[in-house]
Structures are given as C-alpha cells and as structure tokens.
Design a protein around this ligand. Structure first.
Ligand code: NDP
Length: 452
C-alpha cells in the first residue's frame, strides 16, 4: 500500500516536534505534522518558557532590596507589566519561529490546522485534505481543567495570565500544585496581593512532607496569604472583580481568580472512538512502554498519555519512539528517577523517593539541614534553605534528594546524575565541597537526623 507519509504527527509541542525531527532529520522518514494553534505547544507558548521568564521578572523586587543591603543605592520603581508582556510576546514569536525552522530544515511538512484520525492509516485535516499514513503519533498535550464553581464567575487559568492587559491589584489562586504555587509567587513578586486557597492540609501533595512544610512557610513569609483546608464555595462577578465565598465561611472580593486545579489530556474530537481506543481513568490515551496504543500503527507521547507531565519526559518519549520505529534502535523512554523543580521563590528541586515513600519500603537514614544562606543572611533575610537526602539504611544508596533554595532547579539537575548512577551516601561524602555554596551541604551532612 502506498502511503503519503511514513509518520503523521498530530500536535506541535515538545513531544511531537522531537519525534518529527528525529524521524525525518535523522532517520529519513517522510513526516507530516499538524498543529492547530502555535508551534511549540504548552511548554513554549503558555507554560515553562513564559512562566520561567515571569519568575525572573518577579524576582527583582527581592534582588533590589538585597542590593540595597549590600551597599548599592537603588530604588525599585514600579513593575511595567505591558513592557514585559510585549517583550515576552516577541521572545515567544522568536522561539516559535525557531521550532518551525527546525522542523522545516529536518524536512517535515507542516500543516497549520487541525487533524483527526479517520482510521488506523488515515488522517483528515480541517482543510479537507486526507492522507494515507503508515504511522500516526498523537502528541496533543493537555489543557487546564476547571471544576464547576457555583456563581458563574469569570475564572482564569494559567493560559490567561500570559495575556492579561494589566495585572490586577489582588488575585486568588485556587489549587496547591505546581502551577498554583508558582503563580502565587510570581504574582506576589510582581506586586499583586495574592491569596492562595488549597483544599487539602498542605500544598504540593506528593512531594516530600518536610520540603512542603518548609516551602509553605517561606511562601507565607514573602507575603502570600496561603490558606489551606479551604476551597471556593461560590464565586460571582462583581464591580471591580470577583466576590468569593469560601467553604470556611469567609468571603472576599479579588481582582482576578485563577484556577490551577490540574490539567486534562486533549483527546476530544481526534477520532479515537473510530479506532476503538478507550481513554484511561484520567481521560488519557493508554499506551505501553513503547508509547504504542492497542492499534499497532497509532502511538502517543507526552501529556496526552498522562504518564509524567513534564516537557523533558515528552521529549524523551518522542525521541525513543522515533528511534524505535524509524531508526531500528528500539528503546523505551525511562520514567524512573525523573528530577523536577517547582519554580516557586525559592525553588523546590526534587528527585526520587520522599521520606514517607522510602520508609514504606524499608529502613532509611535521613540527612537534612536548614540554614540561612550567605547571600540572604547578609541582606538580613531570615529565610532558610533546606537540603535533604533520603538514604537506604541497608544499601546506603541515596533514594531521594529534596532541596528548597534559590536555584534548587539547577542544583537538583546535577544531584540527579549521581543519584541516577546509584550513588551512595558515602559517594556524596567522598566528594569535596565547593565552598562557599549552598549545595556543599549535600556532601557535608555527617549525622542522620532520623533513622528507621
Ligand atoms: P497538579 O495536579 O500539580 O495540582 C492540581 C492542584 O489542584 C492540586 O493541589 C489539587 O488538589 C487541586 N485540585 C484538583 N481538583 C480540584 C478541585 N476540583 N477543586 C479544588 N482543587 C482542586 O496540577 P497543575 O495544574 O498545578 O499542574 C499540572 C501538571 O503540569 C503538573 O502535575 C506537572 O506535571 C506539570 N507542571 C510542571 C511544572 C514544572 O515542572 N515546574 C510547572 C507547571 C506544571 P489535591 O492535591 O487535593 O488533589
């Protein structure tokens, strides 16, 4: 049977773009790719990249105060959101063009429109064009999910924040996950009066408890009104904002209300029913370790598969898929020991098991320390950083590392290499400290603070 394409990719985000580029550019496959919005996907257009630039922008209020404490004569003026936003838009245009250029240079044919699957070997574009394709890769990502909230108020998501014409004077962020915590700190740093409401007892469920408690304290200390154990009962649009009734009986008006209550896979209207593919319990496309669906010619990578929703993981999945199918180099994406960082201020960097998860598996030793880092201590800040290692008491392997500190994302990346290699506590100890740094504490903690 003659095919128009060896591979047709639906979705131009991190996973889809990597798979298309490797399949076409390195393995010589004939590849088409459809993207209905902007090339680059969530990470580049409305996720990691603009978020991290906002983290940088919002961090200067503290830096300027620190500079004063170090002897500089500086006054912080106001933060000019429209100026930042215009520059952000230009940067995103540049990145989108770079993604597009990379695909084109690799020989991928781009269709700027929506594609649906008609059968195991056909896709149809919204323009009416149809292609016979040998393999299909679904890489359509996810989108914010907002629960039904009584009152019918205008509720924003992280997607909307990047497009605001002006910053509100006050904002309520609902949720306690990655996105809620990051945007609470970002907006707070930009001068917005932030309240964060999380329904559970502590933010960042699933992360190490000691790190969660430590970070929550620091988030509060920087001025975020972090309320746990409460949720929005009702929200109504009123003059100048949104009137919110909380489940704890309190009520207030906020300039904007932002929901960061999780994300759901983009699977609607793709034609999955015609293939007989049943979504998993989170609505995701169910795939095996090869990213293959039960329909042999149809594969899926990235957030739409609901495995680990992180850009670098989607990239690895897309690359492994392309090498396996088009490069005669079969390999699975590795989902074990994936490091990550929450870009709060300070950041939380993490890899491996939490203390609680490690304890459930067997005896552990916990090495942890909190201290005021040199820079902020000199500037008069009471904020402490946390460095923590979870060690298997038997094998001595470091099972988990949790850091709450400025630049913890940078630190955890490097600690992750050692931990992925199976480093023991003694390997950490054998390594000479780099002085004076914050992360030197990772190789100088001598006595466990807890055992058992
Ligand atoms: P998360 O799943 O991390 O957090 C969702 C939060 O919303 C949780 O606190 C959850 O509470 C709460 N929640 C869920 N449903 C409701 C509801 N109906 N009412 C009230 N609260 C609710 O999702 P995010 O949206 O923050 O992020 C999505 C994913 O994107 C992350 O899991 C991560 O994989 C990725 N991401 C990664 C980043 C990074 O690497 N730095 C940054 C941003 C996103 P509960 O805990 O009680 O369920």
């Amino acid at each position: 049977m003659a095919f128009d394409y060896d591979l047709y990719v639906i979705g131009g985000g991190s996973g889809g773009v990597r798979a298309a580029r490797i399949a076409a550019g390195e393995h010589g496959a004939k590849v088409g790719l459809a993207e209905e919005y902007r090339m680059g996907g969530t990470c580049v257009i409305r996720g990691c990249v603009p978020k991290k630039l906002m983290v940088y922008a919002s961090s200067f209020a503290v830096s300027i105060e620190e500079a004063r404490q170090f002897g500089w004569t500086v006054e912080a003026g106001g933060f000019d959101w429209p100026k930042f936003r215009a520059k952000l838009d230009t940067e995103l245009d540049r990145l989108e063009a770079a993604y597009r250029g990379g695909l084109t240079r690799a020989g991928v044919t781009i269709h700027d429109t929506r594609a649906v699957i008609e059968d195991a070997h056909s896709v149809r574009l919204a323009t009416g064009e149809r292609f016979r394709v040998k393999h299909v890769l679904i890489a359509t990502g996810g989108r914010p999910s907002v629960p039904e909230v009584p009152g019918g108020a205008t509720l924003l998501t992280s997607n909307d924040i990047f497009k605001l014409d002006a910053l509100p004077a006050s904002a309520l962020i609902v949720g306690g996950g990655f996105i809620a915590c990051e945007f609470a700190c970002i907006l707070n740093g930009m001068g917005v009066k932030v309240t964060q409401a999380y329904r559970g007892p502590q933010i960042l469920r699933g992360f190490d408890d000691e790190a969660r408690d430590h970070l929550a304290e620091l988030i509060r200390a920087q001025g975020v009104d972090l309320r746990t154990g409460t949720d929005v009962a009702e929200a109504r649009d009123v003059e100048g904002g949104v009137h919110v009734n909380f489940t704890d009986g309190s009520e207030r008006v906020f300039g904007k209300v932002v929901y960061a209550t999780g994300r759901v896979p983009n699977t609607e209207g793709l034609g999955l029913e015609t293939l007989g593919l049943k979504p998993g319990h989170k609505g995701e496309i169910v795939v095996d370790e090869w990213s293959q669906t039960p329909v042999p010619s149809v594969f899926a990578v990235g957030d739409v598969t609901g495995r680990i929703n992180l850009t670098p993981v989607a990239i690895r999945e897309g690359h492994a898929f392309a090498d396996t199918i088009f490069g005669a180099r079969p390999r699975e994406a590795d989902h074990h020991l994936v490091p990550s960082a929450v870009y709060t201020q300070p950041e939380l960097g993490t890899i491996g098991l939490t203390e609680a998860a490690a304890r459930a598996k067997g005896p552990v030793e916990i090495y942890a320390t909190t201290f005021r880092p040199m820079r902020s201590a000199f500037a008069g800040s009471p904020d402490k950083v946390l460095m923590k290692l979870v060690v298997d008491a038997g094998t001595r392997k470091v099972l988990g590392c949790h850091i709450v500190a400025p630049e913890a994302g940078e630190m955890i990346q490097l600690a992750a290499i050692a931990i992925k290699m199976g480093a023991t506590k003694e390997d950490f100890d054998r390594t000479v400290a780099v002085h004076p740094t914050m992360s030197e504490e990772l190789v100088t903690m001598r006595k466990p603070v807890r055992k058992g």
